[in-house]
Design a protein around this ligand. Structure first.
Ligand SMILES: Cc1cc2nc3c(=O)[nH]c(=O)nc-3n(C[C@H](O)[C@H](O)[C@H](O)COP(=O)(O)O)c2cc1C
Length: 376
């Protein structure tokens, strides 16, 4: 069992890692299985010439990949963040740290996040939960100076505000006040010295929500859709362990609640901002599928966690493999660049197709309107 100090925020983080590494807490269906690239028998590009480079909020990346926000805030997190940051730097991937609330409560935990800046990661995102932007019971909202401390601590290029009400409602000690969060995000955007990214954490978001978030001023959206890690399942395990049977039942019932990541991606692409697709991506082929469906960047959380909990070499090998899989997907689709991949045909089947049709999307639409906002 990972160490658990007295502070509930600190112990929660360790619990999450243990549970996600040890149990099946994924959604029961993965939407990426419904997304198919079309084989191109005449690629007309050499494998060695495939160019995976792209940008995220004007930062150059070697591939449209981000190590999604996961950890920090308990002693074991330092090694995980260090390994992820070293490999992200070597591969030119973006990276997010986990919620930094724990370092505000216990400054001795700051090094578990700060370690990422010891590596030349091209894009680093700070992280805070939207529920912490408003009062929760006796707990006051975070102040601007707190947020600035979090950004400064890791010299962040952006600040992620995560939306995680599914998790909070299943968590026995969850923060379930939500009224006023939109205004709090709007205020935060004005105060933050870096772009703000709004991110769901596994239940996805709709076109309407994406539009409202863009209206609040966020620079990008991470759809954090349903398909992979589901915090309803994670918190169910914690609730069971705590003897909180009613919360455990909620977690079980809502395990597959949410908008599948490919659907949430197409929904969010109707808003004028860059869109990151996180949720259920298992390998570089899923990365290629997400980009072909329009994502500007992708995020992988749990797929990187097992390697990061093992060794630096394991993370290096995993990231090499991710790039090889992405390049192979691009080659066999006849896309020599990330922009070309965004214009390649995609066939969408099954539940994702039905969901897209029901929401008025054309699941066969190719290329049009999916380029980076503002590009030709
Ligand atoms: C161990 C773990 C901890 C996480 N902690 C955070 C967090 O602190 N902040 C956040 O925005 N998302 C957090 N997430 C959510 C992920 O960033 C991601 O949105 C979600 O896990 C879905 O991606 P996946 O299917 O690749 O795991 C966490 C995920 C994992 C696996």
């Amino acid at each position: 069992m990972t160490q658990t100090a007295g502070d509930p925020t600190v112990s929660r983080k360790g619990d999450h890692i243990d549970i996600i590494l040890g149990q099946d807490v994924r959604a029961r269906v993965n939407g990426w299985d419904d997304v198919h690239l079309v084989h191109e028998a005449l690629p007309e590009v050499d494998l060695d010439e495939i160019d995976t480079r792209t940008t995220l909020l004007n930062h150059d990346l070697e591939a449209p990949i981000m190590v999604a926000s996961m950890t920090g805030g308990y002693p074991g997190a330092k090694a995980i963040n260090e390994r992820l940051a070293a490999a992200a730097a070597a591969h030119g991937f973006a990276m997010g740290v986990g919620s930094q609330r724990a370092m505000l409560k216990d400054p001795s935990q700051a090094p578990t996040y700060e370690v990422v800046r010891e590596h030349d990661v091209p894009f680093i995102a700070a992280n805070i939960g939207a529920p912490q932007l408003i009062a929760q019971g006796d707990t006051k909202p975070l102040e601007t100076r707190d947020i600035l401390r979090l950004i400064d601590a890791i010299d962040a290029d952006a600040l992620i505000v995560h939306l995680n009400y599914l998790q909070e409602v299943v968590q026995p000690e969850g923060d379930t006040r939500a009224a006023g969060v939109w205004h709090a995000i709007e205020h935060l955007v004005k105060e933050a010295p870096v772009p703000v990214i709004a991110k769901e954490t596994g239940a996805g978001l709709s076109a309407t929500t994406a539009a409202r978030l863009v209206e609040s001023g966020v620079a990008a959206i991470d759809v954090g859709g349903l398909s992979g890690t589901t915090f309803a399942a994670v918190e169910r395990v914690r609730a069971e362990r705590a003897g909180a049977a009613a919360h455990a039942r909620l977690g079980e019932l809502f395990r597959d609640w949410g908008i599948a990541t490919p659907v949430a991606l197409r929904e969010a692409l109707t808003a004028e901002c860059e869109v990151i697709a996180t949720g259920g991506l298992r390998h570089g082929l899923d990365v290629a599928r997400a980009v072909a469906l329009g994502a500007h960047c992708t995020g992988l959380a749990s797929a990187t966690l097992a390697a990061a909990s093992q060794s630096a070499q394991a993370v290096e090998a995993l990231m090499d493999q991710l790039v090889a899989e992405l390049r192979t997907g691009m080659f066999l689709s006849g896309a020599s660049t990330v922009d070309e991949l965004r214009d390649r045909p995609v066939v969408v089947t099954g539940a994702v197709r039905e969901h897209l049709l029901a929401l008025g999307h054309d699941p066969t639409a190719l290329g049009h309107g999916r380029r980076r906002p503002g590009s030709a």
